[in-house]
Write a protein that binds this ligand. Structure first.
Ligand code: GLN
Ligand code: ZN
Length: 753
């Protein structure tokens, strides 16, 4: 068997079995023992998938009922005060993950620049850490029973400390010593499980720009962890970027192997000479763990050969670039996907085969018949994939000489806009969507499955719009929306209408807990075939004398929430999408739509992990947005919306986007995070959310009045818009009606006071 290594495997199940079991348990539909049974079965299947694909280094403890950071917190007994009394382990686990009626859940945030969200542990001075490896032990035994000698995955102490927060305020590294000590205990306990064990310690934090304090912790930590038990070999794994600074230190520690990502950290190739006088094994991430396209096998083998100029072949283990958690499970169930497109794709299970092929070829082992076939198929598919990278000349032409800038500067535009739009001070509006009722979802589904005619479908959508418009007029909102009944998802909707996108049926990726997302696939050049929203927005506008705001999703958000081809620059794809949105903006404007909102909900998500790469991202991201709206006439008002509240780091970039109005998600942070707008002298108009739409609670008039008044302490009334903090599609009509009524009243009271 040739050597190869999988950093981690998806756990939600090929048919999202874990999701279903968990959700049934949460709703009281089954006992937890039932979930355990499903989980055990899944783990077994996942191990066998890997074993049968001839993977040598297979993980345990990559499974989780909710999240690995949460598991790590429990592995060392880092339980914040408010959960302390909960005896039952299962109850404690899910209380920390999801909260309880009487208890706030731990915070959740994005895992580096992926769309996976981890639970943020809360540490405090008085914590007493204790090593509990029962979960690891259980999974280790399961693997052994299947004849697998697994490696054991844990998140490293430095990453754990860096990503946790202090319950009592302050720096988590202040008591790093305590954390390290319990990790030593973990290592010792694990060492008892077998004669010899490989322990995969993941330190993805090493790919960020580390300060000297954190850097100084690396050597002592890994000296000590390596010495904690002599039958343990540590594989120190990094991913998502290069880890230059850390590698330089790690080669001088006793760790057995270092894992580097050569897909997303191309610079790692420049630091291979650090390995020269060391005995370290290199775990070489060459199979993309974050994207869904087939691997160019020849290219990967070449890359490995390149690496072997610095490191002897027998010290190299080909690997996935990161855990396969970030890609969908298998292509097996894709029945509707075009066969050509399908042949260009590789999900987790298919990546195992790729990895096996790559390592066999690299180590010059004979391929069996099946493998020969797979290799031939790969070559064919690569050809096909490359043939899809052709671009249309006419589109290229069209994109030349377009200006990123609008005709007039903001200060001149806004005067014209005020004279035409005539909205009052503190104008009220919403972010776009209204409740996605069961009926409207059903209408969309039936239309998609051809169970109802186009006429019936359009009637239903129009009826929804009619009601939405009537309601908004009735409560006296100033700027109306059509309510987005035709869209389920803000990216999928545009993707399904644009050329260049494809959709899998079962390409689910875990986003958090039991939640999964199914990102669209951008498999070739993107362009607009026909208007996408025009019909609905103009219909809505025809039903009222008030202004209806047109609603589009921005290019950066569409890009960041899709799987983009790995052989294309993101920037180029973003520009293509921008051109498509631009055409839509033009159509809307020409049809008399006076305000157009281009949502960039996921703008911040695409930020690179390394400081020195941020400028470049910001440049093309801003340019894409600007390109999509720059043909708006001075009198057309451009709005954007972002699902964030903290703009401290990116305020200049937000300003550079040059939107006339931005709505943001400040409802939970009061006016604190708004201050940055004042500090930099931001002059454009802002709609900070006056209430939190993520909860069913109906905010009172007084409460929102206070919120608005607190905004006014920071920003002048001429600059403020009044709106909820995000779209209302996840809410019920009853909540929305009451809340918005109160919101309009609150705005009136402040205006009149
Ligand atoms: N216009 C979208 C909506 O209201 C924005 C959604 C979002 O920001 N995620 O649903
Ligand atoms: Zn939002």
């Amino acid at each position: 068997m040739s050597k190869n290594y999988v950093i981690g495997f998806p756990r939600i199940g090929e048919k999202r079995e874990l999701k279903k079991a968990l959700e049934s348990f949460w709703e009281g539909g089954c006992e937890f023992s039932e979930v355990r049974k499903v989980a055990k079965e899944l783990r077994k299947r996942h191990l066998l998938y890997q074993k049968n694909s001839k993977i040598e280094y297979i993980s345990v403890n990559d499974f989780s009922f909710y999240d690995n950071m949460l598991d790590t917190a429990l592995m060392i007994n880092a339980v914040s005060k408010r959960f302390k009394g909960i005896e039952d382990k299962t109850e404690l686990y899910f209380a920390m993950a999801r909260g309880r009626d009487d208890l706030k859940a731990l915070e959740m945030t994005k895992w580096f620049n992926t769309n996976y969200h981890y639970i943020v542990p809360e540490l405090s001075e008085n914590d007493e850490y204790r090593a509990d490896i029962s979960k690891i032990e259980e999974e280790y035994k399961e693997a052994k029973e299947l004849g697998i000698n697994p490696k054991i995955n844990i998140i490293g102490p430095i990453t754990f400390a860096a990503l946790s927060k202090r319950e009592d305020g302050g720096d988590t590294f202040e008591f790093f010593e305590k954390i390290l000590r319990v990790y030593e205990d973990v290592v010792r306990k694990i060492s008892k499980l077998d004669k010899e064990i490989i322990l995969q310690i993941e330190e993805p934090i090493f790919v960020k720009d580390l300060n000297s304090k954190v850097l100084s912790l690396i050597k002592p930590s890994y000296d000590r962890l390596s010495k904690a038990a002599d039958n343990i070999k540590i594989a120190l794994i990094t991913y998502f970027e290069h880890a230059k600074e850390a590698v330089k230190i790690l080669v001088n520690t006793p760790v057995w192997a270092i894992g580097l990502d050569f897909v997303y950290g191309k610079e790692n190739i420049e630091i291979l000479n650090y390995f020269k006088n060391s005995d370290k094994v290199l775990i070489a991430g060459v199979v993309d763990g974050r994207n869904v396209w087939i691997n160019d096998i020849e290219k990967s083998v070449k890359l490995l050969e390149n690496i072997s100029k610095y490191i002897p072949k027998q010290k190299i283990i080909p690997s996935t670039s990161c855990s396969l958690l970030h890609v969908p499970f298998t292509l097996k169930y894709e029945k509707r996907l075009d066969n050509k497109i399908k042949s260009m794709l590789s999900f987790a299970v298919e990546k195992l085969e790729e990895l096996n092929l790559i390592s066999k070829i690299f180590f010059e082992e004979k391929l069996d018949e099946k493998e020969e076939k797979a290799l031939a198929k790969n070559k064919e598919a690569m050809k096909l994939k490359n043939s899809f990278s052709q671009k249309r000349e006419d589109l290229k032409k069209k994109a030349e000489n377009l200006s990123f800038d609008r005709e007039l500067e903001f200060k001149d535009r806004i005067k014209i806009q005020h004279s035409i739009l005539k909205y009052p001070i503190l104008p009220t509006t919403t972010i776009g969507s209204f409740p996605q009722t069961k009926e409207i979802r059903e209408v969309r589904r039936k239309f998609k499955d051809s169970l109802i005619s186009k006429e019936e479908y359009e009637e239903a959508i129009k009826k929804y719009i009619d009601e939405a418009i009537a309601f908004q007029e009735e409560i006296g909102l100033d700027i109306l929306v059509h309510g987005e009944p035709e869209r389920g998802d803000m990216v999928e909707y545009f993707g399904s209408l644009l050329e260049g996108f494809a959709f899998s049926e079962n390409g689910w990726v875990q986003s958090y807990g039991s939640r999964c997302v199914k990102p669209p696939l951008i498999y070739k050049e993107v362009y607009r075939k026909e208007p996408m929203t025009l019909k609905w927005i103009t219909y809505a506008q025809s039903r009222t004398k008030k202004i209806v705001k047109g609603m589009l999703t921005g290019p950066v958000t569409i890009l960041n929430w899709s799987f983009v081809r790995d052989d294309r620059e993101k920037k180029d794809v973003a520009f293509e999408i921008a051109l498509a949105i631009r055409e839509e903006v033009e159509d809307l404007q020409n049809s008399g739509i006076k305000i157009i909102q281009v949502d960039e909900a996921a703008f911040k998500e695409g930020y690179p992990l390394r400081e020195d790469k941020i400028k470049d991202y910001e440049k093309w991201a801003v340019e894409s947005f600007k390109l999509s709206v720059s043909l708006a006439k001075p009198q057309t008002q451009i709005h954007t919306h972002m699902c964030y509240s903290d703009f401290n780091d990116i305020i200049k970039t937000i300003e550079a986007m040059d939107a006339d109005v931005i709505s943001i998600e400040t409802a939970r942070s009061g006016n604190e995070l708004l201050k940055v707008f004042k500090r930099v002298g931001y002059t454009r108009e802002i709609g900070p959310g006056v209430y939190d739409i993520h909860s069913p609670r109906i905010p009172s008039v007084e409460e929102m009045q206070k919120q608005i008044e607190s905004f006014l302490e920071v920003l002048p009334k001429e600059q403020l818009w009044i709106n909820p903090d995000c779209g209302l599609k996840t809410r019920k009509w009853k909540e929305v009606k009451e809340s918005l009524k109160n919101m309009v009243k609150a705005a009136k009271r402040v205006r009149d006071s």
